[in-house]
Design a protein around this ligand. Structure first.
Ligand code: RB5
Length: 263
């Protein structure tokens, strides 16, 4: 499946590409916009990014006036590798070397023919993998969390589930003890990291077992931590501080307690 979207500036090119995709027999879903009324490109990049999150083997095409806004917006999503292209060669290399899953085009920059050439090259090129895979892996993404959630769901579907919340909490406590032990024994960083990964797994299990969406749960703490950090900085500023570097831990805790009372 190909998910395509544009802002008002890209609407004509989008229509031309949808027509082309139909001619070459590719399934396409139009994620808007639907008129030349002015809209904001991040909203449309987000629509396509969401579709690709649910359907990781799909591709996206995003069009705005220059393609720049769409590519910036799309690349804010960690599962997206968006490439802004003007030529077939760039599009082909974006797939072959970068495993790009979204093609961005500037409707005010490229002709319809050039855009079609980009689309064709993009869709007909496989990722080469090998040394390029080592590089794309370094880009990092949220796939690891997604994979863990999928593995956890699979385990539960297989009947391998926790009997109750208490046992998961006990597991979390024992994972903490193992991390402490590994640190105290001066174990290699890889060993400590492995113990921390066990703890993260147990915490994710607790979240899922309790019936909460993992991403939504992380979003809650992001929101809370963001607010508390803003309050902490405000409290620090009242003490004439623009940083807490060098302050005692007791003083930091005192300010943190004050910040928590404000939010
Ligand atoms: C809209 O006029 C234009 O700013 C937008 O389509 C895009 O080019 C932004 O990057």
């Amino acid at each position: 499946m190909i998910y395509i979207a544009s802002d008002h500036a890209g609407i004509e090119l989008k229509a031309a590409l949808i027509q082309h995709l139909a001619v070459i027999g590719r399934a396409v879903t139009d994620e808007g916009t639907v008129s030349t009324d002015s809209v904001d490109y991040p909203d449309y990049a987000q629509k396509v990014a969401r579709q690709l999150f649910a359907d990781p083997s799909a591709y996206g095409i995003l069009i705005c006036g220059t393609g720049t806004g769409m590519s910036i917006a799309a690349n804010r999503f960690s599962h997206i590798r968006a490439a802004l292209c003007q030529s077939a060669e760039e599009s082909q290399l974006a797939r072959a070397h970068n495993d790009a899953n979204v093609l961005c085009l500037g409707a005010r920059i490229v002709t319809v023919d050039a855009a079609i050439a980009c689309v064709d090259a993009f869709l007909s090129t496989e990722f080469e993998g090998g040394r390029h895979a080592l590089r794309t892996q370094k880009l990092g993404n949220n796939d690891s969390l997604k994979t863990l959630i999928a593995l956890e769901k699979d385990a539960v579907a297989f009947g391998f589930d926790w009997p109750n919340q208490d046992m998961i909490l006990d597991q979390i406590i024992s994972e903490c003890a193992e991390i402490k032990d590994a640190v105290q024994k001066g174990e290699l960083p890889a060993r400590v990291q492995e113990e921390i990964s066990d703890l993260l797994h147990a915490v994710i299990s607790l979240c899922m077992y309790s019936g909460f969406d993992v991403n939504e749960t992380i979003a809650i703490i992001n929101q809370k931590f963001k607010g508390r950090m803003a309050a902490l900085k405000a409290v620090a500023a009242e003490h004439g501080l623009d940083s807490l570097s060098g302050q005692s831990f007791e003083f930091m805790l005192e300010l943190w307690d004050k910040a928590k009372k404000r939010i």
